[in-house]
Write a protein that binds this ligand. Structure first.
Ligand code: KG4
Ligand code: ZN
Length: 357
């Protein structure tokens, strides 16, 4: 087995068609040889959200082009690839299937191992593309579909400490942005709206802030924002509402992270450690600032992936592929896509009305 294996990673779980080549290194931090991402924002913009059928069609039209671009950029000959890794879930089944089948076919034709990857594990290990990090570490995964605190105990070893009981944080940003008339996906633009507003103008709820440990809830915010938007007219008031929303989210994450850090210390019998914040929403500057504050206060080392590795990308999928390759954790070509793949398989389902915290 090569000391510096080359892994081709594929990501098509939602609305990004992405292919990346990375190479393992004896330093412990792999080299990203190429990382091509083709976003479908323009395809879905007019619908205000991702349309699965259109997303899948777009993946199909582009996957071979993006793969070719990634190969050319990496300057690697195709027969030098050691293994192919592709996202197997969670995500939209029609989208996952495109990348997974492309990956299986490529692995079969090259006669190299095929590795199915959990998209969330990609986010969880994304920081390993930049620096070495010891297990266990605390992870806050905040994306368009997920919001969870996890103790990352090793490859494939996750202990969920808390989760959202309703909307994901990215979803809350996108829905609030939509109410403010911001185009999909609204998260990044809402952040710039917030910078021009008064964060103390509107009081918004902080659901389950004093209960449920580090579980979170964001759906009530969207309802409150909806009520307020009915009575505001000026652009400045929209900025103020965005700022109030941003401030409320920062407060919720600050308090819930404090609880999560304490729980992490207790279950792992440690007094300090690393706190990795990953996923699309981890690009938010205000959130970064507040989570650095709480980390320092609790003597934790805050770690954020580079902005271009926060959102969906294939380098993080290749990263998981590389770790699995090292321990020969390969998959058969009959592996199916699983839209509900979880990180902690033993964690309780905590969604919907009547959930007990
Ligand atoms: O991880 P990601 O790229 O895709 C999923 O796996 O879901 O996350 C996308 C989400 C979207 O909801 C987007 O609005 C949000 O991340 N997002 C942000 C920011 N950048 C992206 N939310 C708040 N502030 C940002 N700067
Ligand atoms: Zn993601």
């Amino acid at each position: 087995m090569s000391e510096k294996p080359i892994i081709l990673g594929i990501e098509t779980s939602c609305d990004e068609t992405a292919v990346s080549l990375i190479q393992g290194d004896t330093s412990g931090v792999p080299k990203i040889l190429s990382n091509i991402i083709s976003s479908q924002v323009d395809v879905h913009k007019e619908f205000g959200g991702v349309v699965p059928e259109l997303a899948a069609r777009s993946h199909l039209e582009k996957i071979h082009l993006i793969a070719n671009k990634a190969l050319v950029k990496s300057k690697i000959r195709i027969d030098k690839i050691s293994a192919v890794a592709a996202t197997a879930g969670p995500g939209l089944i029609v989208c996952l299937t495109v990348g997974l089948n492309f990956g299986k076919a490529l692995a079969a034709s090259l006669n190299v191992p095929f590795i199915g990857v959990n998209h969330l594990e990609g986010h969880a290990l994304s920081t390993k593309l930049q620096k070495k990090i010891e297990y266990p570490y605390l992870l806050l995964l905040i994306s368009g579909g997920h919001s969870q605190f996890l103790s990352v105990n090793g490859l494939g070893k996750y202990n969920r400490l808390g989760t959202t009981i309703d909307d994901a944080l990215g979803e809350a940003y996108d829905k609030t942005a939509k109410l403010l008339g911001i185009e999909f996906p609204g998260g990044p633009k809402l952040e710039s709206f917030a910078e021009k507003g008064d964060p103390n103008k509107f009081e918004l709820p902080k659901p389950i802030i004093n209960k449920g440990g580090c579980n979170m809830s964001f759906a009530g915010l969207k309802t409150a924002v909806l009520r307020i938007t009915k009575n505001i007219n000026s652009v400045q008031e929209k900025f103020d509402l965005a700022a109030s929303f941003q401030k409320t989210i920062e407060k919720i994450l600050y308090i819930k992270s404090k609880i999560a850090i304490e729980e992490f210390c207790k279950i792992n019998s440690v007094k300090n450690g690393s706190f990795v914040i990953a996923g699309g929403v981890a690009a938010n500057r205000g959130i970064r600032k507040r989570l650095i504050e709480i980390s320092q206060k609790k003597k934790f080392n805050p770690i954020f992936p580079d902005i271009n590795l926060c959102g969906d990308n294939a380098a993080m999928i290749a990263m998981v592929g590389l770790e699995k390759y090292k321990v020969k954790n390969f998959d058969n070509l009959d592996l199916n896509a699983n839209p509900r793949l979880a990180l902690d398989k033993n964690a309780k389902f905590l969604k919907g009305a009547g959930v007990k915290l």
